[in-house]
Ligand binder design. Structure first.
Ligand code: NAD
Length: 287
């Protein structure tokens, strides 16, 4: 076992145990948190993610509803389903699994989810609240990363943080959270010149690129905290296993703290989805 590992699985288990008290307190008031997960199409990775989310809900005592729609579902049908769930008092959180089929306009769909039920934190209202430093729902993956920093007492104030990736799901909200927390943040992306000159300055380095072993040891400052968000499936010739964006075997010898893949950010993402769903129910109950 690597000494400097951030064990996302163990932290996720700890947090999920703590959630049981909150779920029980809601139950005592006659409320069971409910999450609806909509999946359009048959993307195999999305099917796995949805299955994992639904089973995590069950284990936490959260009611879950899985809504499977055909790949050729019309945008109108999808929007009508969301409207129905917005009005359903048993549902506190609504999640539309991305990516959506190409003919569906993602932004229109995400905006149709009531901001009070937007447990993914992708609605413009929630993105705006996060940007203003007054978040309501924080996107689950970067939220989980912040919990990892907290658990390992990573001091971010005044530190150089570099985020590789600028997606709405991971990179941008990660950067906003780090800015709000007091770090000096650089966001790198596919157009960044001389990436390594940025990453080598990072006290905190977050990789959310989607390219296996993209971050090599020579790109990392000795003693940095390295968070690997990437989930990549290696080719059958390379063993077919899951692999992150960081060359873990080499970078673990340079970093002060590092997350593995699997068992790092992944379990934390689902955990924070549960947290957001419980929080949505608590808000509804005025807690
Ligand atoms: P994305 O494809 O939307 O974004 C990738 C980002 O990487 C882009 O902003 C792009 O500019 C940047 N990029 C691409 N090539 C680059 C290069 N050569 N140099 C610098 N930047 C480059 O992906 P995403 O949705 O942000 O996800 C990123 C990775 O994280 C994927 O592997 C995804 O599967 C994974 N992911 C994991 C979790 C989890 O729970 N662990 C959650 C979400 C996403």
């Amino acid at each position: 076992m690597t000494q400097n590992l951030i064990d996302g699985k163990a932290l996720a288990d700890e947090l999920r145990t703590a959630f049981k008290t909150r779920v029980a307190a809601l139950a005592a008031r006659g409320c069971r948190p409910g999450l609806a997960v909509i999946l359009a199409g048959e993307n195999p990775a999305s099917q796995v993610y949805v299955r994992n989310k639904v089973s995590a809900c069950e284990a936490a005592g959260i009611y879950s509803q899985k809504i499977l729609l055909a790949a050729d579902v019309s945008q109108e049908t999808l929007l009508a389903k969301i409207a129905e769930l917005n009005a359903n008092p048993a549902i506190h959180g609504i999640l539309v699994q991305l990516p959506l089929p190409r003919h569906i306009h993602e932004e229109t769909v995400l905006e149709a989810i009531s901001a009070e039920k937007d447990v993914d934190g992708f609605h413009a209202e929630n993105v705006g609240a996060l940007a203003q430093g007054n978040p309501r729902f924080i996107p689950c993956t970067p939220y989980g990363v912040m919990k990892m920093f907290e658990a390992h007492k990573v001091d971010w104030v005044g530190k150089e943080a570099v985020v590789i990736g600028r997606s709405n799901i991971v990179g941008k909200p990660m950067a906003l959270l780090l800015i709000n927390a007091g770090a000096t943040v650089t966001v790198c992306h596919s157009k960044t010149r001389d990436l390594a000159s940025h990453t080598r300055r990072a006290d905190i380095l977050v990789a959310a690129v989607g390219k296996p072993r993209f971050v090599t040891a020579d790109m990392v400052k000795p003693g940095a905290v390295v968070i690997d968000v990437g989930i990549n499936r290696l080719s059958p010739e390379e063993g077919g296993k899951l692999c992150g964006d960081v060359d873990f075997e080499a970078v673990k010898n340079v970093a002060a703290l590092i997350t593995p893949v699997p068992g790092g950010v992944g379990p934390m993402t689902i955990t924070m989805l549960l947290a957001n769903t419980i929080e949505a129910a608590e808000r509804r109950m005025g807690a």
